[in-house]
Design a protein around this ligand. Structure first.
Ligand SMILES: [Fe+2]
Ligand SMILES: [Fe+2]
Length: 232
């Protein structure tokens, strides 16, 4: 798990920015740099449509409902215009993006800011549940179909079983991270014991396999579907 610095946040949710002005914020990013946008649902819809249509290969992004607004994390890829996106690159970025919220939540708790700990852990939980959702709904079926893997006995079945334990640990921590009377350390160890090896197996084996077997535009199209995925 890595600890990237928190990217700058541009809260434009109270305004009606022109899509071109929002695009200019992400266009100014250097490769590897990221930012977070907070937009009204209408502005987010227009921005995400423009990203998909006009900047498809240049960025990774992840949208998330945030009260009456939509929060979008965006990073500029280190890739040439027109290049295809891959499962390994997109989903490894999402692992790191989500892990940073968990680390931020525990740093906030250690500093005595339970409110920030709760808010950051909520972003972690929602991001991770969305990530698990698109793996189970989109990635694993595509991989099973392309590689001829059995859904109930192969590596994707192992990943689904691990998701059950990860969800359970996250849910327990969600209930205790903001409670000053409970020490969440044992639960955090339980989460890390499940999530660390799980993400490593996906990044070492499953995601590279997906990029190998999803031929032609397959990986790029799958990443596009993942970006548009609505959490259940
Ligand atoms: Fe997973
Ligand atoms: Fe994953």
């Amino acid at each position: 798990m890595t600890t990237p610095l928190a990217p700058p946040t541009h809260d434009l949710s109270g305004a009606a920015p022109r899509t071109g002005d929002v695009l200019s914020l992400v266009d100014a990013l250097a490769p590897g740099q990221s930012l977070t946008l907070r937009l009204s649902p209408e502005a987010a819809c227009a921005f995400l449509s423009a990203l998909t249509a006009e900047r498809r290969a240049l960025f990774e992004w992840s949208p998330e409902a945030d009260g009456n607004a939509v929060r979008v994390d965006v990073v500029r890829r280190d890739a040439a215009p027109g290049s295809k996106r891959g499962v390994f690159e997109a989903l490894s970025w999402d692992h790191d993006r989500i892990d940073a919220f968990e680390q931020g939540a525990f740093a906030a708790r250690a500093a005595g800011d339970l409110e920030a700990a709760r808010a950051l852990f909520e972003r972690f939980a929602r991001g991770l549940f969305r990530h698990i959702g698109f793996e189970e709904d989109l990635l694993f079926p595509a991989l099973e179909s392309a590689a001829g893997l059995p859904p109930h006995a192969g590596p994707t079945a192992v990943m689904r079983a691990e998701h059950v334990e990860i969800r359970a640990a996250v849910q327990l921590l969600r209930d205790t991270i903001g409670d000053p009377s409970v020490d969440p350390t044992p639960l955090r160890h339980r989460l890390h014991a499940a999530l660390g090896p799980h993400n490593e197996k996906e990044e070492r084996i499953l995601y590279p396999m997906a990029d190998r077997v999803l031929l032609g535009p397959g990986s790029d199209e799958l990443v596009a579907a993942i970006q548009a995925y609505e959490a259940r």
